[in-house]
Design a protein around this ligand. Structure first.
Ligand code: F6P
Length: 320
């Protein structure tokens, strides 16, 4: 192995830059050359590459986003797109590719390996934390803290005005982000796609809470759990309370990475290079407890990650 490629694909996540830095410097330390692919799989298909050296990644560990940029790319799901991507790898004499992204990006990486035989290693990078096999994905911790920073401020005004706030967070079709945010925020309700809920029950419990002296409530809702505006309308109609909606959206994708995200990015990036040097072909980096592990690439995007229902039920108890 003489030269590796690195690409950031799919939705960006805070800390991708920390991972790029770790990959580049670990590779150079081990005598490898590094090629950066710009704009995700779209850039790989178009052949947009540039050499990266130790200085290329100076001053980025604390910056959100990705200096390589990324892009949504439908073409990578086509045979022609995979063929062009492989052509770019071969034209640049890339012996191994590290894909920093989420489960969708790993699906593309799997196709690239199948067609080319070039080893691919995934570094799980998504605020959704929906990659099977790893306890967490880097950037997830930063997104949770970004949400808490904002919801703590919403709680101030909710208390002053005795309002109910529904706060919608990202997470695509899964509830990992909403569950972590709601649990850490002490939300009265957490609405996630994995666990059924109905507004009748929510309203009954809201009224019970008011009878017990609560004067304001926070409801954290995953974007994949339904229409947050509809939930607001229904609660207003059924309770007569003053109910407002805040959608955190893409704010959760930015910002300087937290210490935990940076530490994980440093470790995942270095381990991804080591996996390539050891001859690994289709793996992703991951963490189980305190241990950095490698997971089968196919498993990581094909297996449905389980939600922690114990945390969900404890959050219900703690919000009494
Ligand atoms: O996958 C990360 C994510 O932020 C999801 O939580 C969200 O649904 C999606 O990306 C938004 O995609 P885009 O940035 O392309 O609008």
């Amino acid at each position: 192995m003489e030269k590796i490629g690195v690409v950031t694909a799919g939705g960006d996540a805070p800390w991708m830059n920390a991972a790029i830095r770790s990959i580049v410097r670990t590779a150079i330390f081990n005598g490898l050359k590094v090629v950066g692919v710009e704009r995700g799989y779209a850039g790989l298909i178009e052949g947009k590459t540039r050499p990266l050296d130790a200085r290329s990644v100076s001053g980025i560990i604390n910056r959100g986003g990705t200096v390589l940029k990324t892009a949504r790319c439908k073409e990578i799901k086509t045979e022609e797109g995979i063929r062009k991507a492989v052509e770019t790898l071969k034209a640049n004499k890339i012996d191994g590719l590290i894909v920093i992204g989420g489960d969708g990006s790993f699906r593309g990486a799997s196709e690239i390996y199948k067609v080319s035989g070039i080893p691919v290693i995934g570094v799980p990078a998504t605020i959704d934390n929906d990659v099977a096999g790893t306890d967490t994905t880097i950037g997830f911790d930063t997104a949770v803290n970004t949400a808490l920073f904002t919801i703590d401020r919403i709680r101030d005004t909710a208390t002053s005005h005795e309002r109910v706030f529904v706060v919608e967070v990202m997470g695509r079709k899964r509830g990992f982000l909403a569950l972590a945010v709601g649990f850490a925020e002490g939300a009265e309700f957490i609405l996630i796609p994995e666990i059924k809920f109905d507004t009748e029950t929510i309203c009954r419990k809201l009224k019970q809470g008011r009878r017990k002296g609560k004067t304001s409530e926070i409801i954290v809702m995953a974007e994949g759990a339904g229409d947050s505006s509809q939930i607001v309308r229904e609660i207003k109609e059924k309770t007569g309370y003053d109910v407002r909606l805040t959608v955190l959206g893409h704010a959760l994708r930015g910002g300087p990475p937290t210490a935990q995200s940076r530490i994980l990015a440093n470790k995942f990036g270095a381990y991804a290079v080591k996996l390539l040097l050891k001859g690994a072909k289709r793996r992703i980096t991951g963490i189980k407890g305190e241990k950095i592990v490698s997971i089968d690439l196919e498993y990581s995007w094909q297996q449905k990650k389980e939600i922690n229902e114990k945390v969900y039920h404890l959050s219900e108890i703690l919000s009494l």
